[in-house]
Design a binder for this molecule. Sequence first.
Ligand SMILES: CC(C)(COP(=O)(O)OP(=O)(O)OC[C@H]1O[C@@H](n2cnc3c(N)ncnc32)[C@H](O)[C@@H]1OP(=O)(O)O)[C@@H](O)C(=O)NCCC(=O)NCCS
Length: 173
Amino acid sequence: MSHIMPLDSQPDEAIEQLLDAAFGTDRHGRTAYRIRDGMPWLPALSFAMIDADGALIGTLQSWPVALTQADGGQMPLIMVGPVAVDPAHQKGGHGRALMDAVVAAARAQRCEPLMMIGDPEYYGRFWGFTAQGTDGWDAPGPFEKRRLLALSVDGTAVGGVGMLAPRIAVAAQ
Ligand SMILES: CC(C)(COP(=O)(O)OP(=O)(O)OC[C@H]1O[C@@H](n2cnc3c(N)ncnc32)[C@H](O)[C@@H]1OP(=O)(O)O)[C@@H](O)C(=O)NCCC(=O)NCCS
């Protein structure tokens, strides 16, 4: 049986290999990578899917980012992704299980709103991520507006105007 574990139980090389297999080795220039450039991923909101033999077959990372407003103020957000399942194990419910885990953990922690660049047909259908409220958001690279998604985990509305960027308070630590 496969099972979920905290991602920090896994070696960095295994995580990077899986991301290369799912997204290709040219993935680092993507807009999502620029939004969280230099940030460490958050161990309490990052998960691994492990198969019966102990191999890593799925990974989900979350990052501290923020909507940076014109006055320099930052509205903190959590960026979810990449969500990656090994191509040989896709469509087996692992992506759903990893996303269930992060949304449940975020709700339990009542953390900042979650955001991501992803397919609304997947992330909206199962978890309610929506582009409503992200209309005023910009990003440091190309993106499709319909794929810029957010989910509040504590009932507060998501909105605002600004540029998505790494979270300064974390970068300064
Ligand atoms: C996207 C991904 C994480 C989904 O994980 P998975 O384990 O393969 O998918 P699941 O088994 O959880 O999928 C459940 C359902 O969602 C659907 N689904 C999966 N990806 C989808 C997508 N991008 N858009 C719409 N529906 C999708 C599946 O068809 C399935 O539908 P069904 O239950 O009606 O048959 C995985 O396929 C993957 O790693 N893909 C390559 C990398 C990627 O694109 N990651 C997402 C961007 S961050």
